[in-house]
Write a protein that binds this ligand. Structure first.
Ligand code: UD1
Length: 370
């Protein structure tokens, strides 16, 4: 007799969207009943953690993600308020939908909140991008990762270092599945569209002759001295190489509060948050990247574009050991930038299983574990 497998998928914030897109695409490609009698169906819940057109809607359009079946519209708030709102609004949905699996991705508040809800309802949880650790509990995402992985039933990991972290925490081997990096699935299938937008010439830039910057973490943008140092340094480099800086709402707000002007140098190209395709094309074509994002450390590794990550640690060490990433900090920023400008990174490697077929392995794992 045929059996249907129902998966409830959560997307909440910008970095989630490129992870759920390939998984949904793969499930839809299997919509007929397979040889084992399994049909896979899904429902997509958007928590509304990110809600601006440029932080959310554009990603659905560009990545071809079907409109969410349910939008919880939680919006912004302190961590406690946002997490609690997601839990309160998601619990009745989980009860009504009765999925076989909750599938969560990444490390944002939505990931942890929905995991907590389903874990207590006895619904199995699968976590995509499990096992990453920065070992820095001052990062809200690290707390989200620890809680999510402690509760999840299936831990789908992007790299062997993640498996090691989980083993060290006592997670049984049977729960850990190395599937690779699903972000790279999205990257591979969107590269032609990204290139076709020709953003680099449209901005009046030349390939490998500009710097792509993204910064949004509270630890970098919420302190006046730190943010002033960063912006002063960016303005300095912009006299040599144009700096393209699509600005996260939080960063724009903090610059305003601290009275930091954004565009007093000709080479500073401050943009509104950009879409996925434009970000991919800037990542591929930049001379180097300065970021505090998790995803850009991985995407730059794929493109072999040098990347400076303005953080004391990374939960993605493979981007350093294999890839083109290097950590930096405020008092070394100027020296590291001068060094990276002269760097060639052709010798870096793309990690194993970052091959564009991770979504297929994820859905296979869910079917096998059911
Ligand atoms: C969240 C994730 C972070 C991820 C980042 C990517 C957590 C703990 N953090 O951080 O891991 O790297 O997304 O962007 O889940 N805002 C808007 N419009 C929006 C969304 C947010 O203006 O659509 C503003 C609000 O002022 C809000 C602030 O940005 O208070 C921060 O949003 P929030 O969702 O709390 O966290 P992010 O900093 O975006």
């Amino acid at each position: 007799m045929s059996k249907s497998l129902k998966i409830l998928i959560i997307a909440g914030a910008r970095p989630n969207f490129m992870k759920v897109a390939p998984i949904i695409k793969n499930i839809r490609s299997r919509s007929t009943v397979g040889a084992n009698g399994n049909a896979v169906e899904y429902r997509l819940v958007h928590t509304g953690q990110h809600y601006d057109e440029k932080m959310s809607d554009i990603f659905f359009e560009e990545l071809g993600i079907p409109a969410p079946d349910i939008n919880l519209e939680v919006g912004s708030g302190s961590h406690a308020v946002q997490t609690a709102n997601i839990m309160t609004k998601f619990e009745p949905v989980a009860i009504q939908e009765k999925p076989d699996w909750l599938l969560v991705v990444g490390d944002v508040n939505s990931t942890m909140a929905c995991t907590l809800v389903c874990s207590k309802l006895g619904i199995k949880v699968a976590h995509v991008e499990a096992g990453l650790r920065s070992f820095d509990r001052t990062m809200p995402e690290e707390v989200n990762r620890l809680v999510t992985d402690a509760l999840a039933d299936l831990l789908l990991t992007p790299s062997p270092d993640a498996d090691e972290n989980l083993r060290r925490e006592g997670v049984p081997e049977s729960k850990i599945k190395l599937v690779g990096n699903v972000m790279i699935d999205a990257l591979v299938s969107n590269l032609d569209k990204a290139r076709a937008r020709e953003l680099v010439p449209k901005l009046g830039l030349k390939k490998k002759e500009f710097i792509y910057v993204t910064l949004h973490r509270p630890s970098n943008v919420d302190h006046q001295d730190g943010l002033t140092t960063i912006m002063t340094e960016l303005k300095r480099i912009s006299r040599e190489y144009p700096v393209v800086f699509p600005i996260h709402p939080r960063t724009r707000k903090m610059c305003g509060q601290f009275g930091i002007s954004l565009e007093d140098e000709k080479g500073m190209k401050i943009l509104e948050p950009i879409g996925y395709h434009d970000s991919l094309s800037l990542t591929e074509s930049a001379k180097f990247i300065l970021t505090d994002s998790g995803g850009l450390q991985e995407e730059s590794t794929y493109f072999k574009t040098p990347c400076l990550t303005l953080r004391p640690n990374t939960e993605r060490p493979i981007t350093i050991t294999h890839g083109s990433n290097k950590l930096t900090k405020l008092d070394r920023l100027s020296a590291d930038i001068n060094e990276v400008i002269g760097l060639r990174s052709e010798n870096t490697k793309v990690p194993p299983l970052w091959d564009g077929r991770t979504a297929e392995r994820i859905v296979d794992c869910l079917i096998q574990a059911s």
